[in-house]
Write a protein that binds this ligand. Structure first.
Ligand SMILES: [Zn+2]
Length: 280
């Protein structure tokens, strides 16, 4: 489906994800971007045969300029899982940020393919009349990237900004501090449209980014307020902050809270005490 000239959605698996805790979540987006000389694919969805066939049929019917790269924005299987089959059927090189390379090669592809193109912050991909600028956007994962078609004001945000929910920041793999800085950086680009990793285009980037930044700041305040009465476990914090949460989503909530606590710890505002967190 054409979203605007030279930018197509190759999103398949139109049915939302059926598994808890992601039930009802829209499928991962895949975008084809092209100028007069070359095209690139931004993400390739799950490793799924029907999805792969739909994508290759779309490419065949459209006949875009040669595929110069299959860009994997980050290591998660709903974004890079389908890249291996597309790499094999098209011969196009696989590209990612250096900080995602190992997780993708080993974790996603089981050592069966290599990332041969490492994308750096600020690097520009000239597609002929359309330039894609690489924006290192850590937070969701360390080497997560966004891509910016400056001439169009089109920003491909993958899971850093989604139309449908806030972004999961898992402790260990993600960083809430990085994520906050990345949201500010994306805001500074003054995009006209954000094409997200899940869900439809976001036509009011400034208000969406402001809302996400505000949400993070409110969560920080809530954490500090919940610790005002004394030390709390993560479970106690969750019960105070996410009252009435369905059981299937408790683990995700705990991961968000721990990532938030890690940031506050690094800021010197809280400390960990055995199983409990306290104000510093
Ligand atoms: Zn992700």
């Amino acid at each position: 489906m054409e979203l605007e000239p030279g930018i197509h959605s190759l999103t398949t698996g139109q049915l939302p994800i059926g598994r808890e805790p992601f039930k009802g979540f829209p499928p991962p987006n895949s975008y084809l971007v092209f100028g007069t000389d070359a095209s690139v694919l931004i993400d390739a969805g799950w490793d799924d045969t029907a999805d792969h066939e739909a994508r290759t049929a779309y490419l065949r019917d459209l006949g875009p300029p040669p595929l110069a790269a299959i860009i994997i924005t980050h290591r998660h299987p709903d974004h890079g899982g389908g890249a291996l089959a597309l790499h094999r059927s098209t011969g196009a090189p696989l590209a990612s940020h250096a900080l995602e390379r190992e997780a993708i090669e080993r974790g996603l592809f089981g050592g069966e393919a290599r990332i041969t193109r490492e994308l750096r912050d600020g690097e520009e991909l000239d597609l002929g009349g359309l330039t894609l600028e690489v924006v290192h956007a850590p937070g969701h994962t360390p080497g997560c990237i966004a891509l910016f078609a400056r001439e169009r004001g089109a920003l491909f945000t993958t899971d850093t900004v989604m139309g449908v929910s806030t972004t999961l920041i898992r402790p260990g793999e993600g960083s809430m501090a990085d994520y906050g800085r990345t949201l500010e950086r994306l805001r500074s680009l003054r995009a006209a449209t954000m094409y997200a990793g899940h869900g439809g285009p976001i036509t009011d980037p400034e208000s969406r980014l402001q809302a996400l930044i505000g949400h993070r700041q409110r969560r920080e305040t809530e954490l500090l307020d919940a610790l005002a009465g004394g030390p709390r476990t993560v479970q106690e914090l969750r019960e105070a902050i996410y009252a009435g949460l369905p059981a299937a989503r408790e683990r995700l909530a705990d991961q968000q809270l721990v990532s938030g606590l890690h940031k506050l710890r690094d800021d010197g505002r809280v400390r960990a005490d055995d199983e409990r967190w306290a104000r510093a």
